[in-house]
Design a protein around this ligand. Structure first.
Ligand code: B3K
Ligand code: ZN
Length: 873
């Protein structure tokens, strides 16, 4: 198939073949000079006994200028090999040999940020998934594990720091007459796939500490950033040490090298990368200081630092056989980082935040044109498959196994998994096999969760008959692109039945108030001997990633919200109450005050209890987003969704005015604390201020300005700025100017400045964003900046993006084309913002389809794949 001018190659799981040759070791010499970097690589090759292929071997290589190729030190004639379309094929290889290549690359011109590139004057790498082929020739696939020795050479004054994976084993100055150049050789004793290779050359500041492992080995911890950011590394260091200790205690996993390094980089396509011993991080996921970083930012740093650290075992020591198995490392590692964050913070709040993210972002993905299985069958560009389905749904699948086995057996199973597969490249089946081996359970049907795309809908009905309460569960997974027929899944349902006082009824003879029902048929009924009139508390803890369809009454939801001991069920009850009211307003506008009035008594209860856990109260009091509301209405008219949402917020702002005011005033802190409770209070306070402004209260502007003028930390400052700007309060423009003036030299803070403006609701924001694209601080080559402006506009501002005039779509399309020429990976991710196209009302749908078809004509393979799926749905 031909899309645009890019021939699209499809990679299929069923075509997997082991490599013809293995690489036992690789010696790299990376000679960095202005404009050109020369990479010499010597691969020790050995025929793979597991492969039937003959003596021909292919090596990946993209955009490499090949200078020489030698086999066992003899330069090869050009008829022994050919290099085209990203593949170097060498014929007539002996059983064992050394292949040496010398290539030139141009990292300075690399704006795709894949392979070796430059960021603010330093050199760094990103190799997952297929970046290593932009550095040198190699079988760039995760099942080829080699021992790496890497020598990095560069000018000493400008690049005093030369890093790679493992431990430094030799270093020195280059002779050639005081050239000012130096070199360092690093050796990584652990065989690894090339996607875990990393290299850094730069002039960086270092925060150093040590960690004593459980067996008494001392590990040097080194966090590197630009000199100006040295004071922003303490939180990452504390998080790293907590993660190292936690993984020893909870999973029995000890760190295995003498050094663990993290380098902060301003130009990065994603959050961070788990390269062996040398993580490379987007500055946004490692730098944190109360004056420049929000509380959410602090939590993100903690979880991403932990996530990358946990990969050392779940990903690096045990890696993936092929990229179809990506969730083997990502789903498992997300589950591990979620457990860690739950242990470090409020577990109930963490769970709700994880579920909120899943249902509001992964569910739509799984229900739209991009739906794919956690272990997909095929892909065009693997970079497009670093999705919420692989990560977040993958984590839920691991979580279900955790609960099916219980904590103790799960730990035995992960021990089994790590021990049986250490140093190997394995599959999701191997993971489940360890679960089965330890528990004796047959997880055959359970594994459908890996292969079946789409969100299952679990419909629950109940009746009271013959003195018993009967619950009937029906499951159905709607068809997804390329997967029409769905089979029943194994769905664990944790439940309780609350009596009219909200207390859990005894469900069995032992008086247990909670049970787990495992549904694995299309339809099943279970019965309980409980009194009439119970309220079912279903899917407690969000025990399975399904859409729960049960016809709750308003009174039942109020009861769950008030009394349920399960944090998820309380939150879900609140969401259902909001959605029911908002849905009615979408259809019948004008009733907002009545809808709000009906909610007041239940919300007053939440507010009255808010001091117990302010963060949880904030979650309960947060309305579902406009995007989430829109996802419930097909055909989607974002303008009417916006009106309903705004009316509801305004009505709640007014109806609970005195509460918002007292929360906004009483939660004001006098000194800065970064503990969970203080963060929760700030979150609740910002929310109260936002409602106060939505209800047009006279004091809103004054309170916001006051907070903005004298904030204790960035969460306060940004919270106040957002309220001023989003509600267009007096002082908004001045605050924006002041903020930019104050933070012009802090890139991550300026990202927030762009994002606040890009998310002002309403069509007029299109012009504003067009203006900001011309702002001197806007830069197409910095992914964080592009995401802050264009990404938040597209994904977080539906009333502007879907402006009736089509101006938002034109902005989006122009941005996509422009970005695609610079950085196809980031452009493709942005393109996902159009995934709701098939659900749009006809006029908008046509407009959007038209501009996207234009973009697609000249797009890269990455963008073409995403737009192809969206446009053909
Ligand atoms: N493993 C990396 C993701 C790499 C994405 C490449 N396009 C970060 C992580 O999940 O830990
Ligand atoms: Zn990961």
């Amino acid at each position: 198939m031909e899309i645009g001018h890019a021939a699209v190659a499809i990679t299929r799981l069923q075509d997997y073949c082991p490599p013809a040759y293995l690489v036992d070791s690789v010696a790299l010499d990376v000679d960095i000079r202005d404009g050109v970097t020369t990479v010499t690589s010597s691969l020790s090759l050995r025929r793979n006994p597991a492969s039937a292929d003959a003596t021909v071997m292919t090596f990946n290589g993209e955009g490499l200028l090949l200078r020489t190729l030698a086999l066992d030190d003899v330069v090869l004639d050009s008829d022994r090999y050919h290099y085209e379309n990203g593949l170097l094929t060498v014929e007539g290889l002996p059983e064992a040999c050394t292949l040496t290549s010398v290539v030139d690359i141009e990292p300075e011109k690399n704006t795709a940020l894949e392979g070796l590139y430059q960021s603010n004057g330093m050199y760094c790498t990103q190799c997952e998934a297929e970046g290593f082929r932009h550095i040198t020739f190699f079988p760039d696939r995760p099942d080829v594990l080699a021992r790496f020795t890497t020598t990095v050479r560069a000018d000493k004054a400008r690049y005093p720091l030369l890093l790679s994976n493992g431990n430094p084993v030799a270093w020195g100055e280059e002779e050639e007459g005081g050239s000012g150049r130096h070199w360092v050789t690093w050796e990584d004793p652990f065989p690894k796939p090339c996607y875990l290779f990393a290299l850094v050359a730069g002039d960086l500041a270092c925060l150093e500490d040590t960690f004593m492992t459980v067996s008494g080995r001392k590990v040097a911890l080194r966090l590197y950033a630009e000199h100006r950011d040295l004071d922003k590394l303490d939180h990452a260091m504390a998080s790293l040490k907590n993660a190292m200790r936690w993984d020893e205690q909870v999973y029995g996993r000890e760190y295995d090298l003498d050094i663990y390094m993290i380098v902060a980089v301003s130009h990065f396509n994603m959050g961070a990368m788990e390269n062996k011993g040398l993580n490379i991080f987007n500055t946004s996921c490692v730098l944190a200081h109360p004056s420049t970083t929000t509380d959410a930012g602090f939590q993100r740093v903690e979880s991403v630092v932990a996530h990358e650290y946990f990969h050392n075992w779940s990903g690096n020591r045990v890696t993936c056989r092929d990229w179809f198995q990506l969730s083997l490392k990502e789903g498992f590692t997300v589950f591990r980082d979620q457990q860690f964050s739950a242990d470090m913070n409020s577990a109930a709040v963490q769970r709700v935040e994880n579920v909120d993210f899943l249902v509001n972002h992964q569910f739509p993905e799984d229900q739209g044109p991009m739906a794919h299985a956690v272990r997909p069958e095929e892909y065009q560009k693997i970079d497009n498959f670093y999705t919420l389905t692989i990560y977040e749904k993958g984590a839920e699948i691991v979580r279900m196994q955790y609960h099916l086995l219980g904590a103790e057996n799960f730990r035995k199973a992960t021990d089994h998994y790590f021990e049986a597969n250490d140093g190997k490249a394995v599959t999701c089946d191997d993971f489940v096999a360890s679960m089965e081996a330890v528990s004796g359970r047959d997880l055959g049907q359970f594994k459908r969760w890996y292969s079946q795309a789409g969100t299952p809908v679990l419909t629950v009905t109940d009746e009271y008959r013959e003195g018993q309460y009967h619950l009937t569960f029906r499951q159905h997974t709607p068809a997804t692109p390329g997967q029409e027929d769905k089979q029943p899944l194994v769905i664990p349902i944790r439940l309780a039945l609350l009596d009219d006082q909200g207390a859990p009824c005894a469900l069995d003879a032992n008086g247990q108030g909670e049970q787990v029902i495992i549904v694995d048929q299309a339809q099943e009924t279970v019965s309980f001997a409980v009194p009439e009139g119970v309220t079912p508390s279903l899917l407690r803890g969000f025990s399975a990633p399904v859409v729960l369809d049960y016809d709750y009454t308003q009174a039942q939801l109020a009861r769950l919200l008030a009394y349920d001991s399960d944090g998820y069920c309380r939150w879900n009850a609140a969401q259902r109450l909001y959605f029911a009211a908002l849905d009615r307003l979408v259809v019948e506008p004008g009733e907002a005050d009545a809808e709000a009035a009906a909610l007041v008594p239940v919300l007053e209860q939440v507010i009255a209890r808010s001091d117990e856990d302010p963060a949880q109260a904030a979650l309960l009091l947060t309305l579902p987003s406009e995007v989430a509301l829109g996802d419930r209405h097909t055909p989607l008219n974002p303008a009417s969704i916006h009106l309903a949402h705004r009316a509801m917020k305004r009505a709640l702002g007014k109806a609970l005015q005195s509460h918002w005011l007292s929360l906004a005033e009483n939660l004001l802190a006098t000194e800065l604390s970064m503990d969970g409770r203080a963060m929760g209070r700030r979150q609740l306070r910002n929310l109260a201020l936002d409602f106060l402004a939505a209800g047009e209260h006279d004091e809103a502007a004054g309170l916001a300005v006051e907070l903005f003028e004298l904030p204790l930390c960035m969460s306060e400052e940004l919270g106040a700025l957002k309220v001023l700007v989003h509600h267009d309060l007096p002082g908004a423009d001045q605050a924006l100017a002041q903020f930019a003036e104050r933070w012009q030299d802090e890139a991550l803070v300026m990202d927030q400045w762009f994002a606040v403006q890009a998310t002002v609701p309403g069509e007029q924001t299109v012009d504003r964003v067009n203006g900001l694209l011309e702002h001197p601080a806007f830069d197409w080559k910095t992914p964080n900046r592009v995401r802050a402006l264009v990404g938040t506009f597209t994904n977080g501002n539906p009333s502007a993006f879907h402006a009736e005039s089509g101006a938002g779509y034109r902005l989006f399309a122009q941005a996509l084309s422009r970005l695609d020429a610079i950085n196809p990976q980031v452009a493709a991710r942005l393109a996902n913002g159009a995934a709701r196209l098939p659900r749009l009302e006809p006029q908008r749908r046509e407009r959007l389809a038209e501009v996207l078809a234009d973009v697609q004509k000249n797009s890269s393979g990455n963008v073409a794949e995403v737009l192809g799926r969206i446009l053909s749905s």
